[in-house]
Ligand binder design. Structure first.
Ligand code: N01
Length: 533
């Protein structure tokens, strides 16, 4: 049994900084990581074309000026190998690896009320006992395998984008099928199409995608950005999306037709999320949303030669931005290639897999390789996959039977001394995730320091505070158009998962101010206790 003050589960960007931060606080800490190295989501998602949709200068740690000054990003949007290299650099630079147990998956975590400690078991021999248990398990870390009849019958090569082989996959000369047209599909399709003999894209729901306009960062630009880091980071912390783009400045419905078209065009040419966050009413008003969507439909028709294919690629049955916006490089143009075809599996659903491919209700397709770009059991999957037991042996999975509940997405009533980094109920996936990790890590570190100063043994969210926060998260979401899409934000992509909107839509700045206020008010909404009280 390894005894330590804190255990961190996961060594992605949240877990690594948590480790560094608690070590600086002077308490003993270990991390447990299922992967063979640090990096979390960027360790597993090695599919071709994987690239961050946030610009490199924001999707990077801000906690160390030395780190940001010594690291140079080669591209506006960093690709997966570069981000993994960065994560490894951070692990080396802050000497994190020696207290991380790699290739070890946590299976069980139980709070022992008598000892006031967490007992943590793994799929290996090692067991841990810790006062604090910090879940840095990631929001998108449990790949979702689709429930397609006969999937096991397929005799060809089968890959999931979120569990990609380290050595890569060579598609040359092969026929390939891909199911899924979310961010992972949209990023990998153009690259696979360039290699494969033929690629068939099976699309159930089209997504909105905005061009990345990715470019290399020149040495001059790199130097300029480095000088601007303090201002950029401040701007990101004061923003809605945790980014430094210009946001929420325009109301679509306040513009004339000419102004609107000019603004849409300008945002399209800026690329990426700037197209979404600029418009204050796009996610609140159907009329505004339709205008934003219409412009993207028009662009799709301009980029895709075959108008029937273009029409199929235009999302029509949910508002723009209510499924996670995609950012692409040459996605729509890929459908102009002779070796790419699009199959609408909403109109003609998949019946079953065969040895050599799949059957829809009216055709049969064969291929050598099938790629599943079918997403994740998002936000709660990594937590409910562990048998987590709180006070009185209550199971987290059971507690969340009707949907995730938390206080601030940071703590859960009945689970003392456990924290969740980017848990459901926090902005997490709706904002720049690295900044969201930093904000949670800093709040948790300050909280633990406060407990130690006060001589308190444990902290637990109050049920009333949890209820009020969960209601607030839902009310905020219901004021927007978000709940109108069958998105993974709602758990709608996992059959049987309760349909509850999980991320907090209020924005990074509003949320982090609330967290700070709660801490300033003596950790309002929490019990802080010593064992002998
Ligand atoms: O997964 P998704 P993803 N039969 O859930 C389809 C982040 N990310 O891995 O919409 C047929 O978005 C499903 O269809 P439908 C980002 O936050 C970030 O692409 O359910 N189809 C959909 O088309 C992103 O949002 C980055 O009808 C099935 C697709 O599979 C999140 O990860 C890069 C099916 C799944 O799309 C998830 O993205 C990549 C079935 N049974 C990902 N089941 C960057 O920042 C599912 N589908 C770069």
């Amino acid at each position: 049994m390894i005894n330590t003050d804190a255990i961190i589960i996961g060594a992605g960007f949240g877990g690594m900084y948590m480790l560094h931060s608690l070590r600086k606080l002077g308490i003993s800490v270990r991390a447990i990581e299922a992967g063979g190295d640090v990096g979390g989501v960027w360790y597993w998602n090695r599919y071709p074309g994987a690239r961050c949709d946030n610009e490199s200068v924001t999707y990077s740690y801000s906690f160390s000026d030395k780190l940001q000054q010594e690291w140079s990003w080669p591209d506006r949007y960093a690709e997966q190998p570069e981000i993994l290299k960065y994560a490894r650099h951070v692990a080396d630079r802050f000497d994190l690896r020696r207290v991380i147990h790699f290739n070890t998956r946590v299976t069980y975590a139980k709070f022992d009320e008598n000892k006031n400690r967490w007992l943590i078991k793994t799929d290996g021999e090692s067991e841990f006992s810790a006062r604090f248990c910090i879940m840095a398990t990631g929001c998108l870390s449990v790949p979702k395998i689709p429930d397609i009849k006969g999937l096991k019958n397929f005799k060809g090569e089968l890959y999931h984008t979120a569990d990609w082989p380290d050595e890569g996959v060579d598609f040359s000369g092969k026929t390939v099928g891909i199911i899924g047209t979310g961010s992972s599909g949209i990023q990998s399709i153009p690259i696979i199409a360039k290699q494969a003999k033929h690629l068939t894209v099976f699309q159930r729901t089209p997504n909105f995608s905005i061009p990345a306009w990715n470019v290399p960062i020149t040495p001059e630009k790199d130097q300029k950005q480095k000088k601007e880091y303090p201002a950029l980071r401040r701007k990101a912390r004061d923003s809605m999306a945790g980014d430094y783009g210009e946001e929420n400045v325009i109301r679509v419905l306040d513009l004339t037709e000419n102004e609107r078209q000019a603004e849409f065009e300008k945002r399209w040419l800026q690329g990426g999320f700037n197209y979404q966050y600029a418009f204050a009413d796009a996610l609140e008003s159907h009329d505004a949303n339709e205008l934003v969507a219409e412009f993207v439909h028009k662009k799709i028709h301009q980029m895709v030669n075959d108008s029937d294919v273009a029409e199929l690629l235009c999302p029509k049955d949910y508002p723009f931005g209510t499924k996670r916006l995609c950012v692409d490089t040459g996605y729509y143009e890929t459908f102009n290639r002779d070796n790419v075809s699009l199959v609408d599996i909403k109109g003609t659903p998949i019946k079953q897999m065969t040895h050599n491919g799949l059957q829809t209700i009216n055709a049969e397709y064969t291929f050598d390789v099938l790629v599943l770009a079918t997403g994740f059991d998002a936000m709660t999957g990594a937590l409910t996959n562990i048998d987590i037991r709180g006070k009185e042996n209550i199971s987290l999975k059971q507690k969340w039977d009707d949907g995730a509940r938390s206080y601030l997405g940071l703590a859960i009533a009945g689970f003392p001394n456990m924290f969740t980094i980017n848990g459901p109920g926090s902005p997490s996936v709706l904002v720049n995730m690295i900044l969201a990790c930093e904000q949670h890590v800093e709040w948790i570190t300050n909280c633990i320091a406060h407990l130690n100063e006060r001589g308190a043994d444990h902290i637990e969210a109050k049920v009333d505070a949890e209820n009020a926060w969960t209601l607030h998260v839902n009310e905020q979401a219901n004021r927007t158009l978000y709940p109108q899409a069958n998105s993974w934000y709602l758990g709608a992509n996992v059959p049987g998962k309760p349909r509850v909107f999980m991320p907090y839509v209020g924005g990074f700045k509003v949320y982090s101010d609330k967290c700070d206020k709660i801490a300033e008010n003596g950790y309002e909404g929490f019990f802080l206790e010593t064992n002998d009280q």
